[in-house]
Design a protein around this ligand. Structure first.
Ligand SMILES: Cc1ncc(COP(=O)(O)O)c(C=O)c1O
Length: 399
C-alpha cells in the first residue's frame, strides 16, 4: 500500500476575522495605540478587560503583554516573596518556570499522572504538607484539566492560594465551571497558537480588588488607573499606589481590538477545535502502541493540540517513528528529547532554577509523550488523514 501523505502546515493559523482587521485599520488611523492615549472615550484595552471579565464571570480583568508576564505579576500580587516555595506541576512550558524565577520563588515541582498528564494529587498533598507552601501555580498544560474539586480541597485544607495558568484552557470547563474561575487569579495567553490570536498577549482575571489594583500598577499604569473600566474603587489604588513598581507589561489597544472581535466568536471556535481533536483521536484510539490520555466526563476541554504516549518503544524507535511521520508531512513533537526543541522543554532543562529535585514518574511519562498541533486551518478530514498516517507509521515501526 502506498504511503499516505499530508501537505498542510502545522503552524498555519486562520487569518483574523475581517471585522477585526477593519477595526484595527480604523484604530491605526487614529494613531491612539497606547492604551492610556485616550480622552473621555474608552479604549479597546479597557473594553476588552470589561468584556473578558464578563465572559469569565469574574469581577476584574487586566490585559497584559503576555501570559508569562501576567503569571509573574500574579505571583507578585498574591504575595510571593523571594525564597518562598511555590508548588507547580512539572509538566508545563518554559514561561512558567520563567515567571517563577522572575518572582524570586523557589519552585517545588509536583509529579504528573500517567493516564492524563495532570498534576499527581497524592504528590501535591505530600509536598503541600512537606514544604508548607502557600502557593500553587497550576498549569493546565496543553489543556489537560486536573480534578479541580480535589485540587481545591487540597488548597483549602493547606491554606494554599491557587494561581491557574490557563494558557491552553480558554473556553474550557471542569464540571461546568470555567477553567480560570477556580483560582484566586488566572492567566490566559493570546499568543498566536492559542484560542484567540493577537500575536502576543495575556489576560489576568481575579475577583480580588487588591490583587487587581496591584496588578494594574505593576503592569505600568503611570497612575492612570482610573482609565480602567474593570477595576475596584479608586480608594483601593490610593492605599498601595506608591508601594508598587511599574514593570511595563501592558497590552496595547491594537491587540485588544483584534481580541474583542475574536471573543465574540470564541464558543464557535472552541467547538471547531473539539471536532478536530475527536476526528484525530478516533484514528489513534485503535493504533498499536499509541495511548491517548483518559479524560473525565467532567472535563470539557478545548484542544488546540493533541497529546499521546508511545508504549513499548525505545528512544531510537520513537525517533524513527517521528522521522517517518515527518517525511509523510505529519509534524509531531516529543517531550522525551534530552535537549529542549522548540516548545518541548522539561524541568530538567531549566538549569537556572538550580533544582535538586528528581521526579521519576514525570520523567517516565515525558519520555513517551508526543504532541501534535491542530490549527483551525485543518478540517476534520485532514485530522482523519493525519491519524491514518500515524496509524500506518506506528504499525510499520512501533508494532
Ligand atoms: C503552559 C503555558 N503557560 C504559559 C505560557 C505563556 O504564554 P505567553 O507566550 O503568552 O507568555 C505558555 C505559552 O505557550 C504555555 O504553553
Amino acid at each position: 500500500m502506498p504511503h499516505l501523505m499530508f501537505t498542510k502546515s502545522f503552524t498555519q493559523q486562520e487569518p483574523l476575522p475581517e471585522e477585526a482587521i477593519e477595526n484595527a485599520v480604523v484604530l491605526m488611523r487614529t494613531g491612539r495605540l497606547f492604551r492610556y492615549n485616550t480622552d473621555a472615550e474608552a479604549g479597546d484595552a479597557a473594553l476588552l478587560e470589561q468584556e473578558f471579565a464578563a465572559y469569565m464571570g469574574k469581577k476584574f480583568c487586566l490585559a497584559c503583554s503576555s501570559c508569562g508576564s501576567s503569571l509573574y505579576m500574579a505571583l507578585k500580587v498574591a504575595g510571593v516573596q523571594k525564597g518562598d516555595t511555590v508548588l507547580c506541576n512539572a509538566f508545563t512550558l518554559a514561561p512558567v518556570p520563567g515567571a517563577l524565577e522572575n518572582s524570586g520563588a523557589q519552585p517545588v515541582f509536583v509529579e504528573i499522572e500517567e493516564n492524563n498528564y495532570t498534576i499527581d494529587l497524592a504528590d501535591l498533598e505530600r509536598k503541600a504538607a512537606q514544604y508548607k507552601s502557600r502557593y500553587l501555580l497550576l498549569s493546565h498544560m496543553r489543556g489537560h484539566i486536573a480534578d479541580m474539586d480535589a485540587v481545591m480541597d487540597i488548597c483549602q485544607r493547606h491554606g494554599i492560594v491557587l494561581i491557574e495558568d490557563c494558557a491552553h484552557t480558554m473556553g474550557a470547563h471542569w464540571n461546568n465551571k470555567k477553567s480560570g474561575s477556580f483560582g484566586a487569579i488566572a492567566c490566559f495567553s493570546t499568543q498566536t497558537y492559542k484560542h484567540m490570536n493577537s500575536g502576543e498577549g495575556g489576560l489576568l482575571v481575579t475577583d480580588n480588588e487588591e490583587y487587581l489594583a496591584k496588578a494594574i500598577i505593576l503592569s505600568g499604569s503611570y497612575m492612570l488607573y482610573e482609565k480602567h473600566l474593570s477595576r475596584p474603587d479608586k480608594a483601593v489604588f490610593e492605599k498601595i499606589a506608591l508601594d508598587v513598581p511599574n514593570y511595563s507589561s501592558r497590552m496595547d489597544n491594537l491587540r485588544a481590538s483584534l481580541l474583542r472581535v475574536q471573543l465574540r466568536n470564541l464558543e464557535a471556535q472552541c467547538q471547531r477545535w473539539k471536532d478536530l481533536y475527536h476526528a484525530l483521536a478516533a484514528e489513534l484510539a485503535h493504533t498499536p502502541n499509541i495511548v491517548l490520555p483518559s479524560r473525565s466526563p467532567k472535563e470539557d476541554f478545548v484542544p488546540s493540540s493533541l497529546q499521546f504516549s508511545i508504549e513499548n518503544s525505545t528512544p531510537q524507535n520513537i525517533r524513527q517513528f517521528l522521522k517517518t511521520c515527518e517525511e509523510r508531512g505529519v509534524h509531531i513533537k516529543w517531550f522525551g528529547e534530552p535537549k529542549p526543541i522548540g516548545f518541548t522543554s522539561s524541568y530538567k532543562t531549566w538549569k537556572y532554577l538550580g533544582l535538586t529535585q528528581t521526579l521519576p514518574k514525570t520523567d517516565a511519562i515525558l519520555a513517551k509523550l508526543c504532541d501534535i498541533r491542530l490549527p483551525l486551518t485543518f478540517t476534520t478530514q485532514d485530522c482523519t488523514l493525519i491519524g491514518q498516517i500515524i496509524h500506518q507509521a506506528a504499525k510499520e515501526i512501533l508494532a
